[in-house]
Unconditional design. Structure first.
Length: 102
């Protein structure tokens, strides 16, 4: 389940939970929280951050920017920081392109 609230300023806060069954992100069942924050900076650029709690392969904090390239194309750039072993290299640059077919 996930809940989200958008304020008059455009800020959006999201909070929820997850439950991964065995062998999806770890050798055992994993449950925890997922959180998000979005703050529009202008009509084309938004600061965003997402966090999945826990020590497993999906457990990352990812701050970054979302940018509207065009009416159907959106770009995402961020730095994913692992919940564990950050100093041993568990972090990476994330770059994504999204396309809306509608």
């Amino acid at each position: 389940m996930e809940l989200s609230k958008t304020f008059k300023s455009g800020t959006r806060l999201t909070a929820g939970e997850y439950d991964f069954s065995r062998n999806v992100v770890a050798f055992a069942n994993r449950a925890g929280g997922q959180f998000g924050f979005e703050q529009p900076l202008n009509k084309k650029i938004t600061f965003a951050a997402d966090w999945l709690t826990g020590k497993h392969s999906a457990g990352y904090f990812t701050p970054g920017v979302v940018f509207k390239v065009g009416p159907k194309v959106t770009g995402y750039a961020g730095h994913s920081i692992g919940n564990q072993n950050f100093f041993h290299g568990n972090h990476f640059f994330l770059l994504e392109i999204g396309y809306n077919f509608n």
